[in-house]
Design a protein. Structure first.
Length: 241
């Protein structure tokens, strides 16, 4: 049984809106929607909400084979804590071999081309397989996260996968996420306690230094304007007029 919590007014309002958004997604897209979770704090908020309101939205995750051990353990922790199944998708073994032959195991440090190629076979290609037959997908992206997400819309047309992509936490602040995690005692990645905020693959993620932007720990050797993995391309806001 969940413990009773007193919600701050602003957070309570955002949770109410989140519930309405998720229920609307289920109604509009007919029960074949998935949450793409990396087990970030944001994704754990969404997972908790889906279970809390018993919504027919499945979970998929990308096991890139370069994740931190702490992130890998979140798969089992999440399934056990919520009594749900997460469908996990991995890169094709031949794609791994081809990349290593072309660029080297850690060639992503050498050029933007090599880094994007790594993200493509470890993330983008498995995501394409994961979304086959789906009607829509959901992410935990927020506008506050980075320069590349400041214009993020709550509903987007995903031309790559020919479906709608939803970002129901788009207006949430990091403090809102942390408040929700604390209030409902969510299981979260242990790396957060060690100074990580945006958590990706192990060789491409580091803990933040004092005063750094939340995305500074991702691909820290690159420009702030290139710090996306390619999962969120060919998107345009849905016209709500």
């Amino acid at each position: 049984m969940r413990h009773h919590v007193e919600l701050p007014e602003i957070l309570a309002s955002k949770i109410t809106k989140l519930e309405a958004s998720l229920r609307s997604i289920c109604e509009y897209d007919g029960g074949n929607v998935v949450l793409a979770t990396s087990f970030s704090a944001e994704d754990m908020v969404l997972t908790d909400a889906l279970v809390r309101w018993d919504l027919p939205i499945g979970l998929i995750s990308l096991e890139t084979k370069r994740l931190h051990p702490e992130t890998q353990t979140m798969i089992a922790r999440t399934q056990e804590h919520y009594g749900i199944k997460v469908d996990v998708y991995e890169p094709e073994p031949n794609a791994v071999d081809e990349y290593v032959t072309t660029y080297g195991l850690n060639g992503f440090y050498d050029s933007l081309e090599a880094r994007r190629a790594c993200c493509d076979f470890r993330k983008s290609q498995p995501l394409r397989r994961a979304l086959i037959g789906r009607s829509a997908w959901i992410t935990g992206q927020r506008r506050e996260q980075s320069l590349t997400r400041r214009q993020l819309a709550e509903r987007e047309i995903d031309a790559t996968h020919n479906m709608i992509k939803y970002n129901p936490l788009v207006e949430w602040l990091w403090t809102d996420v942390l408040d929700y995690v604390e209030l409902y005692r969510l299981p979260i990645n242990p790396l957060y306690a060690r100074g990580y905020v945006s958590i990706g693959c192990e060789p491409c993620t580091r803990a933040l230094r004092p005063g750094e932007h939340p995305r500074a720990g991702r691909w820290w050797w690159e420009s702030a304007t290139t710090k996306e993995c390619g999962l969120h391309q060919n998107l345009s806001p849905v016209d709500t007029e």
